[in-house]
Design a protein around this ligand. Structure first.
Ligand code: CP3
Length: 347
């Protein structure tokens, strides 16, 4: 695949993810493409959120915004995890100041059959994402690698049931207690869609993949082991197997299971190359749980960026010392907040 694209000049991210020595710690910022950037906010006044996602030209433009501004070591394709529920036939609106709203959420297991087309042809339904990835690979001219991504099954299921963000995820967790079999069935079907989607992204040019289980922290260890971990594992195994079968070179995979510290050890034995950790765990503790055969990514508190540059500098140094400079990717512990002053985000 790669010979269709400009040669990658900065491969620090790929090397760090693969456990190959790097002369410097690579850095990128979760949710770097959007929100806090004034140029993005201007762009958003002119374009609807999903119109940007669906236009390869517009999506690649937003993807490149942080790359033009900062000396980052990776780009992440501009899209959203909710394009999957949308492709499955659910309406998703992006409401300014509120976030995503799904006006007709799943309320009972029977809704799965009426609402969703779980056997969709992902390459066709989400072809705009693949086109955006291919175009962006060309526009990047090999400057840095391009990360593709997807939401993980439990996080997507939660949005499909809650109809948007939630403080407790009570509706979703009610499903886990009342309809465990149907929940597992839905998670399994979403897993198949996600695997096809991530494979298609690599075929289109994605050079790394990140799987966002942003809602992992709502689950206790038992529920995490039943409703999240098996599907995260199925995704990494399924994507790598499918790429091997297609004779497409595999790419490093990053898993971000926010607040799932109990899973760091088992994830370190999985097919994921990188475990992204949030700020609520000491880097040294994360390293001792993960061992030395996996790369760690993280974990500065996004709110640390409200400090002055000098303080940020100190906190970053402390973080890097604690993680160590090898098998490590510097990042935030979750996405950057919209009100962060971008003048301060150059780490
Ligand atoms: O760097 C990037 O921002 C790349 C693109 C990207 C978006 N969403 C664009 C976006 C990525 C990687 C995501 C992932 C995503 N989306 C996650 C997982 C990561 C995480 O932060 O936990 C989740 C849970 C979502 C769902 C979602 N989309 C929420 C909760 C919101 C509202 C709050 C917010 O994050 O801004 C969105 C909206 C969204 N997705 C925006 C952008 C740029 C801002 C909305 C706007 O422009 O109106």
């Amino acid at each position: 695949m790669d010979n269709r694209f400009p040669v990658l000049k900065n491969d620090l991210m790929v090397r760090a993810a693969n456990g190959v020595k790097t002369e410097r710690v690579p850095v990128w910022v979760m949710r770097q493409a959007g929100r806090y950037l004034p140029e993005f906010q201007l762009f958003r006044q002119k374009h609807n959120f999903f119109d940007i996602c669906r236009s390869p030209e517009l999506a690649s433009e937003v993807t490149l915004m942080p790359i033009r501004r900062f000396d980052l070591d990776a780009a992440i394709i501009f899209s959203d995890i909710l394009v999957i529920p949308q492709a499955l036939g659910m309406e998703v609106q992006m409401v300014g100041g509120v976030g995503p709203v799904l006006p007709t959420p799943l309320t009972k297991p029977e809704d799965i059959k009426t609402l969703l087309k779980l056997d969709i042809d992902v390459e066709k339904e989400l072809d705009y994402v693949m086109k955006a990835i291919t175009l962006t690979r060309h526009k990047l001219e090999g400057k840095v690698p391009l990360i593709g991504f997807s939401g993980a099954p439990f996080t997507l299921m939660a949005y499909m049931i809650e109809g948007g963000g939630s403080k407790t995820l009570a509706k979703t967790k009610k499903w886990l207690y009342q309809y465990p079999d149907e929940s597992l069935q839905l998670l399994d079907e979403l897993t198949h869609v996600i695997i096809a989607y991530l494979v298609a992204q690599v075929k289109a040019g994605a050079q790394l993949l990140q799987v966002f289980e942003s809602n992992a922290g709502f689950l206790g260890p038992k529920q995490f082991n039943e409703f999240s971990l098996p599907f995260l594992n199925k995704i990494s195994e399924g994507v790598k197997q499918a790429l091997n079968d297609l004779k497409v070179p595999t790419v490093p995979m990053i898993v971000f299971a926010k607040d799932a510290h109990m899973a760091i050890e088992s994830l370190s034995h999985s097919q994921y190359d990188v475990i992204s950790v949030d700020w609520a765990i000491e880097p040294s503790r994360a390293r001792s749980l993960a061992g030395n055969s996996v790369t760690l990514q993280g974990n500065l508190d996004p709110c640390a960026l409200y400090s002055d540059v000098k303080q940020i500098d100190l906190m970053v140094k402390e973080m890097v010392e604690s993680f160590g400079t090898q098998r490590y990717i510097a990042n935030l512990g979750h996405g950057i907040y919209p009100d962060v002053n971008p003048g301060y985000t150059l780490m």
